[in-house]
Design a protein around this ligand. Structure first.
Ligand code: OAD
Ligand code: ZN
Length: 247
């Protein structure tokens, strides 16, 4: 099965990868829905909605400060690095991520569509101004110097729209994909979860890499029941070997 995928990838013009929390699991970032998932222990409606932020900004900031500290202590794993290698050898490559942890960037991937924002960025609820980590004091519910609005993490919360430009671009790239890899996502949160379905409708070969089955499993042309930090380096090393032996 891996040989067949390597063959297909050698002839692939547009390779698109969608990642979810599972790709960062081997770095030590908790996923949301697994046995140890964050949403097993915390209620998203109390922490990751605008209503929660209005009702209890302090609690929401404490939760994001905790997650920032946790993410600040971790490093990319071989799965992240393999994808940045893949970007270098693929003809056209797009990485779409639902993760807010910045680990793809740290691993060297350049073109990233961050569907759900980035936990290290902040924005004002009043005027949308952006603030970096250095600009704010996250321990004291930061306030916008321009309009006095509260500053919040620049991540997408439940019930919120994704950045229209980012999701539009993600759909566009998915429609163009010859190969679409869905990596480490439970594929239940839309619109992210509809991207692989769209890619498949537009004739992409759909590949899933996940130790557990998901709603995509039956639709996928290839399913690798594996950890991304083990599978992706193997895939990329096979690709590179074939490329060098063929040249
Ligand atoms: P989930 O926690 O829902 O799913 C993580 C997936 O990763 C599961 O299917 C696991 O089986 C898989 N997994 C676990 N370890 C893995 C490994 N080592 N290698 C590969 N896969 C592994 O996370 P997401 O699908 O990313 O939204 O969740 C989607 C969105 O829901 C998140 O972006 C977040 C959350 O609420 C927002 O914050 C807006
Ligand atoms: Zn403002």
């Amino acid at each position: 099965m891996l040989d067949r995928l390597v063959d297909l990838m050698l002839n692939c013009r547009n390779c698109v990868v969608l990642t979810g929390a599972g790709i960062s699991a081997e770095s030590g970032v908790p996923t949301f829905r697994g046995k140890e998932g964050l949403w097993r222990k915390f209620r998203p409606e109390e922490l990751a909605t605008m209503e929660a932020f209005v009702a209890n900004s302090k609690l929401v900031w404490e939760w994001y400060n905790w997650r920032r500290t946790l993410m600040g202590e971790v490093k990319p794993n071989p799965g992240h690095y393999a994808l940045s290698e893949l970007e270098k050898i693929a003809e056209n490559f797009t990485l779409i991520t639902q993760n807010v942890d910045g680990l793809h960037h740290m691993a060297g991937t350049e073109q990233i569509l961050e569907l759900h924002g980035n936990i290290y960025r902040n924005k004002c609820v009043g005027c949308d101004s952006q603030f970096s980590e250095e600009d704010i004091d996250p321990d004291n519910i930061p306030v916008c110097p321009k309009c006095g609005g509260k500053i919040r993490p620049d991540v997408v919360w439940f019930g919120e729209m994704l950045d229209p430009e980012v999701i539009q671009e993600a759909y566009h790239r998915s429609e163009q994909a010859d190969i679409f890899l869905s990596v480490g996502t439970s594929a239940v949160i839309h619109p992210a979860a509809s991207l692989p379905v769209v890619a498949k409708q537009y004739q992409a070969t759909l590949v899933e890499i996940n130790p557990e089955p998901t709603p995509l499993t039956d639709l996928a042309d290839f399913c690798f029941t594996a950890k991304s930090g083990e599978f992706l380096p193997e895939l990329v090393s096979r690709l590179k070997d074939t490329l060098t032996s063929g040249s």
